[in-house]
Design a protein. Structure first.
Length: 365
């Protein structure tokens, strides 16, 4: 497996995240050596919180939460998934899969021999982390997750499956704007009760999957800034920046913000972006090869007595319909009050989310 590594110099633009990098080398199934990055901050003797990011960000997402957590005496471990941040990046889009990410991160976890962990994961960090817990449960004492889930869709209607597969293979050109329009329609508390083709989340999420898979130079900085930054004041300013990005002139855009630089830093060029391009298509919105592993993990949480906290923003269109499924999957789960902040509430609601997790870790079992 060919592996790319982002030179340290590309992270010099990130001036407010001066934490000591930790690196772990693991072996992949084909014998390749893959280096995974994490930070380890806070008191060495404090209770440990493992936080995992999702798509298409890196552990910098937790930078606003770190002061609140460490000041509360919590030791925070935040890794970068392979393909993201300061971790190595397999060079082929076909190197990435849900199972590979789980295998890589379980190897990382075991090689570092982390124990007595409270877990928090969001987006892909939740999908991967929950599977890690099910595979090696004795390392974890508590589980928290937000704006994520453990999708299991064995009974998805055939017409939905066929529509998604046909769409992914079609010649239809998808733009960032058509993706945003489709994802905004996912908001549905109705999804849990109405899963007909017209309303099924897979028929909305497929726009994101097709866009990321087929967009060679995925506008990662812009995508994240649209959700976390207020740099775009109008659709016109968004369009100007998007056009400049598409023709390779993003850096001269008047809207090129610091946050965009941070999230583009891990990717010297488009060849480094295979992880963010690939992973959305591995979200199991329809039955796929992850079905049995998902079923096994869900069965684990069905029987688990580990304290479990569900923390959802409540205003994230992509995940609003998921919390009910999470609570059904984990009968002993508690639901925290919705704190708002959208999909990346680690950035937009850092104190509120930190307080929720701190209080959860202080609770007696």
């Amino acid at each position: 497996m060919k592996i790319l590594r982002t030179p340290d110099e590309y992270f010099k633009v990130v001036t407010d995240f001066n934490y000591e990098p930790c690196y772990t080398n693991i072996k992949t199934k084909d014998g390749s050596e893959l280096r995974i990055h994490h930070i380890d901050e806070g008191p060495r003797d404090g209770p440990i919180l493992l936080v995992m990011h999702g798509q298409p960000v890196w552990c910098y997402l937790y930078s606003r939460m770190l002061p609140f957590l460490t000041e509360a005496g919590i030791r925070v471990i935040a890794p970068d998934l392979p393909g993201y941040g300061k971790s190595d990046k397999p060079a082929s889009i076909d190197d990435y899969s849900y199972q590979n990410q789980v295998d890589w991160m379980v190897s990382w976890l075991q090689k570092n021999d982390f124990k007595n962990l409270t877990f928090f994961g969001q987006d892909w960090g939740g999908l991967i982390g929950l599977r890690m817990i099910a595979e090696d449960p004795d390392r974890f004492t508590r589980v928290a997750m937000g704006n994520t889930g453990l999708p299991y869709n064995p009974n998805t209607p055939k017409e939905v499956v066929d529509k998604v597969k046909k769409f992914r293979c079609s010649s239809k050109k998808i733009t960032l704007f058509s993706v945003a329009a489709a994802l905004n329609k996912m908001d549905s508390k109705s999804l849990s009760v109405d899963k007909k083709e017209k309303h099924h989340p897979a028929t909305k999420f497929m726009y994101w999957q097709k866009f990321t898979w087929e967009t060679k130079n995925l506008p990662i900085g812009m995508i994240n800034a649209m959700q976390m930054d207020k740099v775009f004041k109008s659709k016109f300013s968004t369009l100007i920046h998007y056009v400049l990005q598409r023709i390779g002139l993003e850096k001269i855009s008047p809207f090129y913000s610091y946050l965009m630089k941070v999230y583009e830093a891990p990717f010297p060029n488009s060849s480094y972006k295979m992880g963010p391009r690939a992973m959305p298509s591995h979200v199991p919105t329809i039955p796929d090869h992850s079905l049995e592993a998902q079923k096994k993990a869900r069965e684990f949480f069905k029987k688990s007595d580990k304290p479990f906290l569900s923390v959802f923003a409540g205003d994230d269109p992509v995940t609003n319909g998921i919390e009910k499924d999470v609570l059904e999957m984990a009968p002993n789960a508690k639901s925290a009050q919705h704190i708002g902040g959208g999909h990346f509430f680690q950035w937009t609601r850092p104190k509120q989310l930190s307080d929720v997790l701190i209080n959860f870790m202080k609770e007696k079992k």
